[in-house]
Design a protein around this ligand. Structure first.
Ligand code: PEP
Ligand code: MG
Length: 422
């Protein structure tokens, strides 16, 4: 469970009284577990991997939760409290300033405009996304709609939910990702077989291709809900060209059925894939010929590239998207898509990391899809960058040998980023 309080703002340093804390469901910086992503979406400062010892702290003890840097301080002295209060105020001021410009476009000082959209999981998130200036949805994690229920939603129920989300965004783009279950996202009523390595098992698109009874109602509901709106569909966990072709066949079957049934649905929509498995990044040139767009999922791309479980704090240094190996794949994927004149977004948590923004602008990323609370600050950072200079910075950054070296380099080359990030 997480603590929910209205006044909390993202990337803030917040003082919490432990009596308010219902068990530490925690997340900081680059943490990408399901729980961490939920906390970030709510704008909750949180820590990952703080350890069980935290629960032995006396109730009423003051805790400092520094969500930006992954630091927790138990029973801090007066000086530390003063320091963090100052930082918290500075961060809140920065956030309030960015919020004033949240509805303006994100354009670099040399006139390069990018899209800044939001990652959402349900209808309620739509409001937070729009209030924070999101220009649409870059990732609708539809699995949350399934996870919140005790039984399988049928086509009609899914249609109602997707329709409400599409309506909220009017003609703004909404990328609906088809069901991504498995890994750390389990849905009991699907009665899936236990697997030794669920992250490497029949997850996401693999499951959908094996289970048209799950896949088809979702595609049909999405196509119907997209009518009159700017719907795009995206498949998660693509590893091969054959999977994309198989998914397209099912998609075409749904289109044909809806046509025969005389049900109205969205036509000529863009279909894309997540690039989050190293094999997809490696054959991105082939995949780019099959689809309209890519969205890079750095959460999974990091764990699979580095062979480091994204939910295991012991290896969080490895499953870090600032790893040079991951950033080089990001570079290659963007280049491969652009060679085919396809656009590339990013919906992994790296897209919302202020220190990554200069690198991603430099690599030519077209769309940033992030947790709603972080939209204003990332837009503000982009407005302070020169894309041409960032291209040079990115090239140098990718020659460095560790996440720390890369982050230090960005901090020293683009001090405004560290300042805006708080
Ligand atoms: C990702 O893997 O980067 C991603 C955005 O998908 P999820 O976090 O839902 O697996
Ligand atoms: Mg993923």
């Amino acid at each position: 469970s997480v603590i929910v309080a209205d006044h909390l703002t993202p990337s803030d340093t917040i003082m919490l009284d432990k009596s308010l804390v219902m068990g530490f469901c925690t997340a900081h910086g680059s943490a990408t577990s399901h729980a961490a992503i939920l906390a970030r979406g709510l704008g909750l400062p949180a820590l990952a991997g703080a350890g069980a010892a935290l629960m032995n702290v006396e109730d009423g003890t003051t805790l400092i939760v520094d969500g930006s840097h992954g630091v927790g301080i138990i029973d801090p002295d007066v000086k530390t409290v003063e320091y963090y209060e100052k930082r918290m105020r500075a961060s809140q001021t920065m956030h309030a300033k960015a919020l004033k410009h949240a509805h303006e476009i994100a354009i670099t000082t040399d006139g390069h405009q990018v899209e800044v959209v939001a990652n959402i999981g349900n209808v309620e998130d739509s409001k937070a996304a729009l209030d924070n200036g999101a220009e649409g949805v870059g990732l609708l994690r539809t699995e949350f709609i399934y996870l919140e229920r005790a039984s399988m939603p049928d086509e009609e129920e899914q249609y109602q939910v997707y329709r409400a989300i599409m309506d909220a965004f009017g003609d703004k783009p909404v990328i609906l990702r088809t069901l991504d279950v498995g890994g750390d996202k389990e849905i009991p009523y699907l009665n899936l077989e236990q697997e030794m390595n669920p992250f490497l098992g029949e997850r996401a698109l693999r499951l959908c291709l094996a289970r048209p009874d799950i896949f088809k109602p979702q595609l049909r509901a999405a196509l119907r809900a997209g009518l009159g709106h700017n719907l795009k569909i995206m498949y998660p966990m693509v590893a091969t060209v054959a999977e994309v072709q198989a998914a397209s066949e099912v998609f075409e079957e749904c289109v044909a059925e809806l046509r025969i049934e005389g049900k109205p649905f969205a036509k000529n929509i863009e279909v894309g894939i997540m690039v989050e498995i190293p094999s997809a990044a490696i054959v991105a040139d082939q995949l780019a010929k099959q689809v309209d767009f890519f969205s890079i999922g750095t959460n999974d791309l990091s764990q699979y590239t580095m062979a480091a479980d994204r939910t295991n704090p012991k290896v969080s240094g490895l499953s870090n998207a600032f790893q040079p190996a991951v950033l080089r794949l990001v570079r290659d994927v963007i280049q491969a898509a652009h060679a085919e004149k396809k656009w590339v977004g990013m919906c992994g948590e790296l897209a919302g990391e202020p220190l990554a923004t200069p690198i991603l602008i430099g690599l030519g990323l077209d769309e940033f899809s992030i947790s709603p609370p972080f939209v204003p600050i990332i837009k503000q950072i982009i407005r302070n960058l020169n894309a041409e200079k960032m291209a040079v910075l990115a090239e140098k950054a990718l020659k460095l040998e560790s996440p720390e070296a890369i982050c230090d380099f960005v901090r020293s080359e683009v001090p405004i980023v560290a300042e805006l990030a708080g």
